[in-house]
Design a protein around this ligand. Structure first.
Ligand code: CO8
Length: 257
């Protein structure tokens, strides 16, 4: 499959998507969105892939939705086309996704990173929701996801002023899981993804689905959902294997696919 706006490869059990519009700092246009979804469709259909990493360049993960593509759209056009509705498909993937972010993650770029299950950031990363400066606001989930991740005070300040947050502040605020030296970013993200991909795939996917309930449900309902899924895990061979391996002091061999 030949892609024009992204590079796609598989490294062991990890699917890697590299955003590749260097002249536009990886601005997210419709072609890129379509290609990201095609690549994710293929990774999700491939039982050999256990985790997905999305990354950009040294200078930019992505500098936002493509402003040039959007600038002249009218309200009826953007509404009728459901502009960027395809991002909901990106956000609702079932396999785990890690964003490996160096440089700018602005506007839709920050929102794309937050759609992933967690972010590993290079010490060069800069996060921001500068849409207010363009006379709009975040439109790919940023008002909701950023607020849940870093809290109302910081989310309000960032969305209302458009200021950027560096990697250290992003880690302190809970936006990113971990900050690593820029030179190590891809290796660290791939290593983390390999660790996840070495686990039982169905158990990983059930865990992801259940953690996401924390955002979508009230606490009591979320805890009930967690218990149901936990019980269901005992119907898998991987649960039997994982616990038997611990008791027998050996490494588990997960096979459910
Ligand atoms: N869209 C299109 N092109 C872009 C974008 C973008 N978001 N960002 C950068 N580019 C282009 C520049 O126009 C420039 O192109 P050219 O060489 O043809 O002039 C090239 O990339 C390099 O950029 P700069 O020369 O500006 O590079 P600098 O290093 O000087 O600056 C910055 C880097 C600070 C990142 C700067 O490029 C910038 O401020 N970019 C815009 C950031 C921004 O405002 N992002 C938010 C976009 S809006 C958005 O994401 C809304 C999402 C929700 C939509 C939902 C719809 C339903």
């Amino acid at each position: 499959m030949a892609y024009e706006t992204i590079l796609v490869e598989t490294r062991g059990k990890v699917g890697l998507i590299t955003l590749n519009r260097p002249k536009a700092l990886n601005a997210l246009n419709s072609a890129l969105l379509d290609e990201v979804n095609q690549a994710l469709d293929a990774f999700e259909a491939d039982n050999g892939v256990g985790c997905i990493v999305v990354t950009g360049s040294e200078k930019a993960f992505a500098a936002g939705a493509d402003i040039k593509e959007m600038a002249s759209l009218t309200y009826p056009q953007i509404y009728l086309d459901n502009q960027f509705g395809g991002w909901d498909r990106v956000a609702n993937r079932r396999k785990p996704m890690i964003a490996a972010v160096a440089g700018f993650a602005l506007g839709g770029g920050c929102e794309f990173a937050m759609m992933c299950d967690f972010i590993i950031a290079a010490d060069t990363a800069k996060f921001g929701q500068p849409e207010i400066k363009l006379g709009v606001m975040p439109g790919m989930g940023g008002t909701q996801r950023l607020t849940r991740l870093i809290g109302k005070a910081k989310a309000m300040e960032m969305c209302l002023t458009g200021r950027m947050m560096d990697a250290a502040e992003a880690e302190r605020s809970g936006l990113v899981a971990r900050v690593v030296p820029a030179a190590d970013l891809l290796n660290e993200a791939l290593k983390t993804a390999e660790t996840i991909a070495s686990m039982s795939l169905p158990i990983v996917m059930m865990t992801k689905e259940t953690i996401n309930r924390a955002d979508e449900m009230f606490l009591a309902e979320g805890i009930r959902f967690e218990r149901r899924v936990f019980h269901a895990m005992f119907a898998t061979a991987d649960q039997k294997e994982g616990m038997a391996a611990f008791v027998e002091k050996r490494a588990p061999e997960f096979k459910d696919r």
